[in-house]
Design a protein around this ligand. Sequence first.
Ligand code: ARG
Length: 598
Amino acid sequence: MSDLKSALGQAAASAFSALGLDPALGRVTLSDRPDLADFQCNGALAAARTAKRNPREIAAEIAQRLGGSPLVAAVEVAGPGFINLKASSTALSARANALFADPRTGAPMRATPRRVLIDYGGPNVAKEMHVGHLRASIIGESVKRLHRFLGDDTLGDAHFGDWGFQMGLLITACAEADSKVAATLEALNSAPEPSEPEIEAAIALFAAHIHLEDLDRLYPAAAARAKAETDYRDRARRATAELQSGAAGYRLIWRHFAGLTRAALERDFRALGIVFDLWRGESDVNDLIGPMVEELKAKGLAFEDQGALIIRVARNDDKRELPPLIVVSSEGSAMYGTTDLATVLDRKRLYEPDLVIYVVDQRQSDHFEQVFRAAELAGYAAPGQLVHVGFGTMNGVDGKPFKTREGGVLKLRDLIELGLAKSRERLAEAGLGGELDPEAFEATALKVAVAAIKFADLANFRGTSYVFDLDRFSSFEGKTGPYLLYQAVRIKSLLRRAAEDGGSLGPIAVAEPQERELVILLDAFPSAVEEAESKSAPNAIAEHVYRLAQAFARFYAACPVLSARPDERDSRLALAALTLRQMEIALDLLGLEAPERM
Ligand code: ARG
């Protein structure tokens, strides 16, 4: 089933072809002037240049041919040679009924699904989540849902930062803060092979002595101390190295840290509607690094340079010099890029993805360029198989990356709480949710809060930075998540009332201008999905659903539903139900959910 825009494009293409002109000139788009026309085709202008003819003349000939199409109610040549098209009511009605019959409301499925792995979120053990992680999670979740919707086999991986120096720091800090923990670590590390009971006792001790709040408190202090005291830093480095080479006590306490952090993160992510399929950690590739480095050396790709081991990734046609990827530092440690390179291998081995999308801050674009090029050189990935989807920052009113009033990073939990408090306030102000019982009210408030936070992030192209303004994001008016939920809820309540009144759904007969406008927008959904997917840009969906909500509001204001003639009522109810279905699909692609009532 093709959308109206494409069907009109086909008709225009045949018209150009019949005149001996390039059919590609028949591209039809939504009109820039919806007050004058539904669609437009600008091909005559380009045709005139190549055929050296008057563009208005060509446009008139095309218009004459298009005038005969059953899809077209009126066609007009405007300005220097634009062709303005008005779709016929029959065509609009037929299209609306076809969309209504389609559970996907017109969105295509991919002909050849791929396995797509999305690397997003990237939270770390103990280190606080910052706004970069928040954006990665929101955008990544939407990109994953888009691929899944199109039929791809998707895997979302949190790529958990559970390895490296921060682990040594935490171990050092915990040992220093608690002598029982210190003694247990020492006993386990020096035992040749700890026994089951010893292991169990240690696990129980860590669980009783070290809680999430301890990590939150100890980590920043330890990080600050390591900056100031060389001795402390060296101890933490030694602990890191011992952990990585397998010291039994350190492995056990590290597992405890990772478990605590992950449980808390999963809970907060779930509240935001973000669910990862995989929590592979950076630690999971630890054992791959040694053999990988040997192989890279053997292949002649990695070589010594000023004490470090590097891979040159610069190309002759680079506009600016891309530094080499450092595989092993001059101090002998594997680097961020080394882990990412080994992760390419790990994923290939475990999941054989056709495409890996990294949703990470655009300030890391050089890093990914280096890793991707190194992976291609080493034969770990094909060109185009690894893609970095970058994004700008979420800023405070000062224009710098958002910080709390105290100057710290905003914890995910605190963000959710802030959003919830604001949405409760806004619901009350708007006189909404009053009839809900307390539990349902809280569930609704959470949906509103999540919509406020996520929609504000997804409404702009991801590369654009934006200012965090919870007050504005949470409003029920304007281009906000709560506005969208509110419109969806209105449709739900209309449909409930109609069902009680004995109304039924369809068939749809499009007549009024507001109905036409709504159907033309509904028809544009496939284009929005296609744009969002091809650019990894969920804002195309956000824009679509916002315009749809506005068009519905205008339709509902202009066209009576329950008081209309039965055939008209049922047509409008079907149109409302179709709008709701498409809105809910689109909201789901953004990771939002409308409540039943408000
Ligand atoms: N954990 C990293 C950080 O906090 C982000 C990881 C992004 N993903 C990746 N494959 N490098 O900065």
